[in-house]
Design a protein around this ligand. Structure first.
Ligand SMILES: NC(=O)c1ccc[n+]([C@@H]2O[C@H](COP(=O)([O-])OP(=O)(O)OC[C@H]3O[C@@H](n4cnc5c(N)ncnc54)[C@H](OP(=O)(O)O)[C@@H]3O)[C@@H](O)[C@H]2O)c1
Length: 292
């Protein structure tokens, strides 16, 4: 069974490997039945955390696609109360582009639409997708605090923030999680002290694109130094990378995407790997020769 960890200081527990929903709804998405099969397989394997966003869709005419897919599939599986679906607001998809829009009114509208799409009375974890350079950061966070006061959302998280922004947000509302890119190519979360700070404050780090994304995961899987370590340990390079993230932060919940059942099956296996300090050092040395 998948190990679990407390989500922030909420008392709620989630599996240490989550499922990122993005690729089930953006350009290149699988058909509906395949998407349902992936979600069902994740649930069967003990995944109790799914990450989504209103903008995981094709464009503004298709908003909330991923939330509807997840909400409907979990309801059909009877898993809507055992799986925690975390969503995000603060972006838009005009013409299929990704643009920030985290103005307070817009965040409120987005949260209400997401709650309906997810078929929930209250969104458990609502994350600011990204700070919006056109809206003061504090005004976006205050909007999330307002949604919490009004019972629209239970817990508040942030995404794509630095340590200073996290601390500024904490002065306004309790922050349960931080979702930032973290993978062998982008280790800014380590260098900036964000990981350590999250550990100390019991804030859940949610590494996104944990395998580097759909293109770079191929580079990982083909990388000879990583393949050698993987063969010795009896895992794949991708599984080792997820195991490395779990070892780097005892509170991390990586959210690899999957369009194939085999991908989530493999990712879940990563939680059983024993990645000690020596293996962490060996992996980090191998990361140094990954192609960009
Ligand atoms: N907050 C943000 O701004 C932000 C930005 C980007 C992503 N995200 C979140 O992070 C999630 C993951 O990010 P991502 O999709 O960019 O990157 P990713 O999970 O690192 O990479 C996804 C790719 O890896 C493959 N894969 C997954 N597990 C695998 C495994 N165990 N072994 C081999 N290949 C595997 C998938 O294959 P298949 O698709 O073929 O199964 C897919 O091509 C998203 O779904 C989304 O929830 C958040």
């Amino acid at each position: 069974m998948l190990p679990v960890v407390e989500l922030g200081r909420s008392g709620r527990r989630v599996s240490r490997i989550g499922l990122g929903g993005m690729w089930l709804s953006i350009e290149g998405r699988p058909d509906r039945r395949q998407a349902e099969r992936v979600i069902r397989r994740a649930v069967e394997l003990g995944v109790t955390f799914i990450d989504t966003a209103d903008v995981y869709c094709l464009d503004d005419d298709d908003l909330n696609h991923n939330e509807r897919l997840i909400g409907e599939t979990l309801a059909a599986l009877g898993a809507e109360s055992t799986v925690l679906t975390a969503t995000k607001g603060g972006l838009r998809r005009p013409g299929g582009r990704w643009e920030t829009d985290a103005r307070p009114d817009r965040l409120r509208e987005a949260a209400l639409r997401s709650r309906e799409a997810l078929r929930l009375d209250r969104i458990v974890l609502y994350q600011l997708h990204a700070p919006d350079p056109r809206a003061p950061f504090e005004s976006s966070v205050e909007a999330l605090a307002g949604l919490q006061r009004d019972g629209v959302v239970e817990l508040v998280g942030l995404s794509n923030v630095d340590l200073g922004q996290l601390q500024a947000a904490e002065a306004i509302v309790e922050i349960t999680s931080v979702q930032n890119r973290y993978n062998p190519w982008d280790r800014a979360a380590e260098g900036s002290g964000l990981i350590d700070y999250c550990e100390e404050r019991r804030i859940t780090l949610i590494p996104y694109s944990p395998l580097g994304g759909a293109r770079r995961v191929q580079l990982l899987q083909a990388h000879e130094p990583l393949r050698r370590v993987a063969a010795r340990v009896g895992a794949s390079p991708a599984e080792l990378v997820l195991g490395w993230q779990l070892a780097k932060s005892g509170r991390a919940v990586p959210i690899p995407s999957a369009r194939r059942e085999a991908s989530i099956e493999s990712s879940v296996r990563a939680a059983s790997l024993d990645v000690d300090d020596a293996l962490v050092a060996e992996l980090e040395s191998a990361f140094g020769s990954l192609p960009p």
